[in-house]
Design a binder for this molecule. Structure first.
Ligand SMILES: [Mn+2]
Length: 342
């Protein structure tokens, strides 16, 4: 199952990254100079450019890089919200780790397209022409404009196809070269090996992936498109073994199947993910879903992992959205209908 489905995944520089050992909570709390408040992992769900909410969450967590706290972003760091450059700047300043989300992927793709077409000033004109045309014809598909030979021949129709929604292009244009470079270097999967000689209900490893993973398939062989987009699993009729990742919500999330699979293993892996704002906080046995729909005005959430006297502990800390939210249906739909970033 290594063939990528529909939808392009922007050039991947690192598929799987391993978190540096010196950032992982230690095997004993006596190694900590300041009790359990030091050297924590703080994994945050879909920020989407909601900078004030991220700042508020870090404040509530008491995040302190000086004490060894390490920030990890679970993807969809950028796009749709008010300040994607600001959020990327926070991540860079704090030396955060992160994985790529489908929206980050779309922003990277859009940035490359803008650069290839002569920069934002030129590209902006293209978008404006496209939008003006789109609004004047309701019968058109949302993300394509007919080329020559279409039955609707309109002389004003520009011969272009928009791969993304206007919001995605705008976000791409707002990011600096350095911010784009940081975003493009993010892995699709971040692996965290937990200390083994200490009690921990999360298993031996944590894996951070934006949307999800298919049970039974090695990390190296996961489909990149599915890692960025999946929400559920479909079971092929008659085939217990074959689970197909689906973007649709389905009756139950993929995480239910992952939990079942982990129960059968001796070495277990907890997946921390985002992407599923509809299901909000998901607390499975070996799956933790952190997209609590901050973008839509709900909450931004962090999984905080730390070493205490009794073992590796984890808890969820959330804050109410502190930014101007995006309307769940209208504008979300507009951007979600594009070819690459749905
Ligand atoms: Mn997403």
């Amino acid at each position: 199952m290594s063939t990528s489905k529909q939808g392009k995944v922007f050039r991947i520089t690192t598929f799987i990254s391993d978190l540096r050992t010196n950032l992982i909570p230690p095997s004993s709390s006596s190694h900590l100079e300041n009790g359990h408040r030091s050297r924590r992992l703080v994994i945050v769900g879909d920020v989407h450019g909601m900078k004030k909410s991220l700042e508020g969450l870090l404040e509530k967590v008491g995040f302190d890089k000086g004490k060894g706290d390490h920030l990890i972003l679970a993807g969809d760091i950028t796009n749709k919200g008010p300040d994607s450059p600001g959020v990327v700047d926070i991540a860079i300043r704090l030396g955060a780790s992160a994985v790529r989300g489908n929206h980050d992927n779309a922003v990277l793709d859009a940035a490359a397209e803008i650069a290839a077409k002569g920069g934002w000033d030129q590209f902006k004109g293209l978008i404006e022409t496209f939008n003006a045309h789109e609004h004047s014809s309701d019968n058109m598909p949302k993300d394509t404009v007919p080329t020559e030979g279409s039955e609707k021949t309109e002389s004003a129709t520009p011969n272009i196809t928009m791969r993304h929604g206007p919001t995605t292009y705008r976000t791409a244009s707002q990011l600096s070269a350095r911010q784009i470079e940081w975003l493009s270097a993010l892995p699709l999967i971040l692996r965290i090996q937990l200390p083994h000689n200490i009690p921990c209900t999360l298993g031996d490893n944590i894996v951070v992936a934006h949307a999800g993973l298919v049970p039974g398939i090695p990390l190296e062989e996961q489909d990149p498109h599915a890692v960025l987009h999946m929400r559920s699993l479909a079971r092929k009729p008659g085939g217990e073994a074959s689970l197909t990742p689906e973007e649709s919500s389905g009756e139950e999330g993929w995480a239910v199947e992952w939990d079942r699979w982990q129960e059968q293993l001796t070495s277990r892996t907890t997946v921390v993910f985002g992407h599923d704002a509809k299901r909000r906080l998901q607390l499975g046995k070996y799956t933790i879903g952190l997209d609590t729909a901050c973008l839509y005005g709900n909450q931004l959430s962090a999984l905080v992992i730390s070493t205490t006297d009794v073992g590796i502990e984890h808890r969820i800390i959330s804050v109410d959205c502190a930014d101007t939210p995006v309307a769940p249906k209208s504008s979300a739909k507009e951007d979600d209908k594009t070819a690459v970033d749905k």
